[in-house]
Design a protein around this ligand. Structure first.
Ligand code: SAM
Ligand code: DTB
Ligand code: SF4
Length: 333
């Protein structure tokens, strides 16, 4: 393949040319790239926990937790450490390899850093990969989280820079990039992706992938979410994006980010088994398990086992799967 190593000089036209190919050509290329970099038939199971729910001062038009919209979700306090540890133990027992803690915060406050750091250390001690998504970061905070054992910081760009201002007005795209730079400088791996189905066009989806491709090195993890429409938010009545468009986005990410995790994230609850199978066959190599994401429903154990049985995939740890990512091109062919 002409493009099976990470590149940082993709043009938007090149990404569009990939994205708009016939679906069989696109998925064929994605699977060829996947096979070079990752073993077949494996996926990583992640689990989310909302450690601080609701009352967020940001106005992200998709979010149940924004205080700007009446979504019926109350504001809660930061969860006690022991509840987080209990949830992490349950996640591990349920087969999760990675645990992501999310907070409905605009930004992380210094007073909360020691509390979140203790959660990260405790989750890491359970043998789980750690990820947090806590809003914007100030100088020095990412270093403290890294010291506590943080593997990944999730901070999504969500959509193209052009469409972003119609979805969120309380912060800018550059604010997001600034926080990503802070996490990266501290040596924390990046989890950065977006949402499809917010009324954006295909050009915005291509624009998002192009922006992600400019991050150097690439984000080690790229979550692709289908909007979970939340009643009361500006995007609550958005028409659903097609699953084939999700497949195009996932396959294009697999090609552009050959060595990154591509996560089939929010939106599985409303999809059939066949639709989810298409998205796994487009190059995704991780899903979120458990019957809740942060504040919305997720398929849960029985449906997920049926899905894995149907595609014949098995859950594997990041250690095992990343061995595959280190294969040389010659080994893989
Ligand atoms: N407050 C932090 C932030 O915004 O970075 C962390 C939590 S926020 C809920 C994490 C991410 O979840 C968002 O960036 C967005 O991409 C995704 N998300 C939120 N609501 C969603 C929804 N209704 N459907 C799909 N994805 C959603
Ligand atoms: C990501 O891209 N998706 C996850 C995780 N990163 C934090 C969050 C999905 C949230 C879906 C809506 C909810 O449950 O509130
Ligand atoms: Fe707040 Fe994050 Fe929701 Fe935006 S996405 S309203 S920042 S919790």
């Amino acid at each position: 393949m002409p493009f099976d190593l990470p590149r940082h000089n993709w043009t938007k036209d090149e990404i569009r040319d990939i994205y708009e190919q016939p679906l069989d050509t696109l998925v064929g290329q994605a699977l060829e790239i996947k096979r070079v970099n990752w073993a077949d038939g494996q996926l990583q199971k992640s689990q989310l926990l909302s450690i601080k729910t609701g009352g967020c001062p940001e106005d992200c038009g998709y979010c149940s937790q924004s205080s700007h919209f009446d979504t019926g979700l109350g504001a809660e306090k930061l969860m006690p450490l022991e509840d987080v540890v209990a949830a992490a133990k349950r996640a591990k027992a349920g087969g999760a390899d990675r645990f992501c803690m999310g907070a409905g915060w605009r930004s992380l406050k210094d007073r909360d850093v020691p509390k979140v750091a203790a959660m990260i250390s405790a989750v890491k001690a359970e043998g789980l990969e750690t990820c947090v998504t806590l809003g914007m970061l100030e100088d020095g905070q990412a270093e403290a989280l890294k010291e506590a054992g943080l593997d990944y910081y999730n901070h999504n760009l969500d959509t193209s820079p052009e469409y972003y201002t119609t979805v969120v007005t309380t912060r800018t795209y550059d604010d997001r990039l600034d926080t990503l730079a802070k996490a990266r400088e501290a040596g924390v791996k990046l989890c950065v992706g977006g949402i499809l189905g917010m009324g954006e066009g295909r050009e915005d989806r291509i624009g998002l992938i192009h922006e992600l491709s400019k991050l150097t090195p690439h984000p080690e993890s790229v979550p692709i979410n289908m909007l979970v429409p939340i009643k009361g938010t500006p995007l609550g009545e958005s028409p659903a994006v097609s699953v084939t468009e999700m497949a195009r986005a996932i396959a294009t990410c697999r090609i552009v980010f050959p060595k990154s995790w591509v996560r089939l994230s929010a939106g599985r609850e409303g999809m059939s088994e066949g639709e989810q199978a298409l998205l796994l066959l487009s190059g995704a190599n991780s899903i979120f398990i458990g019957d809740r994401l942060l504040t919305t429903d997720n398929p849960g154990e029985d449906r997920d086992q049926a899905l894995l049985d149907a595609v014949g995939f098995e859950a594997a740890s990041h250690e095992v799967m990343e061995q595959g990512a280190k294969k040389t091109l010659i080994d893989a062919r």
